[in-house]
Design a binder for this molecule. Sequence first.
Ligand code: 0X9
Ligand code: ZN
Length: 311
Amino acid sequence: NLNKTYYNYSEIMTYLDYVQENARGVHVSQQVIGQSVKGRDLRVLKVSRSSNSAKKAIIIDGGIHAREWISLASVIWMMDKLVFNPRNDPDVKKLLKKFDFYLIPVLNPDGYEFSRTNDRLWRKNRRINSGSNCVGVDLNRNFDYKWNPNRGGSRNPCSTVYSGTRALSEPESAALASFINSLMGVDNGGRVQAYLNIHSYGQYWLYPWGFTTAYPVDRLDLDNLAQVAVTAIQKVNGKRFTVGSSRNVLYLAAGGSDDYAKGSAGVKYSYTLELRDTGAYGFVLPEKQILPACEETWAGVKAFALALAKS
Ligand code: 0X9
Ligand code: ZN
């Protein structure tokens, strides 16, 4: 049913265990990198060719924004393809020769559950903000590279883009930041080559920066691999994705995890993907579209990672 319905948090956790138990010929391990505000585990699933593998790494996360359900579904789909396909898919075989994959399907479990049970369009986490009746911090405004509520965030707890009282004030963003840093640190020799932060909607493949109109010095490298990805996406169902820097093709927004991964942690290929659609259904993408959306996203990610392997 992977491609037919949107799983809830506990179904996703059960699925992670299933993947780990049933993996054959690839190695799967799980790690808890922290807890949400309400104490839910933030899990990472590692897929590699062998145990204790310490190859170059690709980190992919979903569900940083609660209402963007297709983002979680796409990360789950990627796990499935990486773990259960290597025998049939020579590309996956190639990728696992070169990379370890770290997949985080639900970065904001409290917000996700709230969007399922109370408010379909909830975006933030579920932080109780002191001195306010409004709940939640926008985790994608809370990272500490050029954190600035005045640049596309907000100091108002009632705003959907509330940046928080300070950078990395939230356990969810702090957990991801320290996880990326741990894989980039001296013990790990800067292993992370790519970081993909998956969102919806709009059909974009974005690179830094979000906090300024200026481009990273290696903009062309980032642009080239993004072009490879969107070309592959278009071949699947004809969907066109726009490539560019967040600030220049979307809007100003400081404190994003993509800017953090590149600016603070030093991950060269850091991107934000905005999956389907372009507004017809927006965040409320029908379940009928899970399959085609996941297929095209996976084609893009695969083409990107294959190109990265050669770069
Ligand atoms: O605003 C966001 O956080 C992202 N768009 S969404 O509609 N899914 O909320 C875009 C983030 C782009 N990256 C940065 N601005 N750093
Ligand atoms: Zn988002």
